[in-house]
Design a protein around this ligand. Sequence first.
Ligand code: GLY
Length: 553
Amino acid sequence: MIICRILLILIVSFTCLAYADDNKNPYAIASAHKLATQAGEQILQTGGNAFDAAVAMSAALAVVEPYGSGLGGGGFWLLHDSSTNADVVIDGREVAPLDATHDMYLDEEGRLTGQSINGPLAAGIPGVVAALEHITKHYGRLTLADNLQPAIKYAKEGFTPGDHYIKLASLRQQALLASPAASDIFLDKGEVPPHEFVVRQTDLANTLEKIAQQGAKGFYYGDVAEKMVQGVQAAGGIWRLEDLASYSIEKRTPIKTDYHGIEIIMPPPPTSGGVVISQILAMLEQSPVLDLNDAESIHKVVEAMRRAYQDRAIYLGDPAYTDMPLSKLLNKQYAQDKFASFNQAKASTSESLAKSLTSKGEDTTHFSVLDSEGNYVAATLSINYPFGSGFVAPGTGILLNDEMDDFSMSGGVANIWGLVGSDANAIEPGKRMLSSMTPLFARDEQRTLIVGTPGGSRIISMLALALINYQQGANVNEIVSQRRFHHQYLPDEIQFEINALTEKEKTTLANKGHPLKEMSRTYGNMHAIIWHPKNNKVEAASDLRGEGLAVIQ
Ligand code: GLY
């Protein structure tokens, strides 16, 4: 175990592999930022369980990874409680404000105005604080004040930006400049800060203190709520105090499927990953992928992705507002019938697939944590596009999300992820926007995988690839470093990370008729733990594409 930590420093490969002592059960943590991992470890070492650690890490990430998640955003926490052997999803997804309207982001010509991405009109009503209170109260062992302490310290003392922060602040500089409170905190006199800059968040520390003292009420009511609503309205947004007061988390039953005998546990709608991954795996179980390292397999996998993402676009939305044929969509035979049109020699076209629409990363974050009692959590959290809407309500330190862009717009207009959707995911007051966030567990008698990643619409395809790899025996490092390719039905193209495909593979795929789009960079930031309960062994890894840290004990 000690060697693992030394290796961490020496080879800068954030991968650990350890066997526990005979008399000690292991724990493991992997997250997108070393300060969040350290927050989780501190909580586990001072008597907290995995659920307390999850709360501490969510709050810490809100401070030190402001481009990925935050108190002004939402997320999905997938929990396994070893005392009851139960899995549950805590849905802290944002909802549309009560004054939201169907076409609020379209101009007279039906084009997107940009207000679904930048500024306070883009912000849904945040769910993170309600979720953290719920998880602490119902599953944790410590108090919310205990669990928020590391985040409060990071907000007060500050942190120095890494390469990722600097790159994303540069991408979002204009949006941040439009909000003086955001610019004061996240930029250095209006410029992208250098590495030695200290990002101190005094207002956010005060807001966190208030939540520590008063619970979620300190956020959804009173002084903080009033400042958020005033700030949003003054800058052209539509939030009301009633929006905040009426927010509530949803406790959901996970989707469970199996893939070659491995049980896969994932969140249901309003996130789409559980349904789409179930379909992809059902198609590929019937028509197995032998090796992810050849063009014929890539062709098969992207054709399964194409067909499953089509159903995402047509059917999925918030279950409180939309009737979804979930039992059909989760039926393996349905998926396998859908795959009957697959042709090994030739690409399908998305246009040719039956049924049309009925109408008209680097964002986000993830962590995985396992405690020594066998409780575990996978959580994916987001404020959507990097630095969310770029808007901070003055005096609160809360950077607001731009998740409203995850709703489908009228007339098949694509969102920032290139996704289209139907009325199932149209904007309605109080409705949750469809997500792709998919924290997941995969387990059989031998191993339990606790995994997830940011990456917008590509979250789902990254995890499908991870599961194919895992089923074929990959270790934790191979899972997070798997090269990535993606198909999401529309646009009709295979997207892949820079340099991910060989020239030969590209030629084979192009000859089959696939349009190819090489991205200008890598994507995703996967954090995984594999627990081998029978021999008390754990493995943990943080994706080398990011700046995270995995630790084990
Ligand atoms: N905002 C990204 C997602 O929820 O899928």
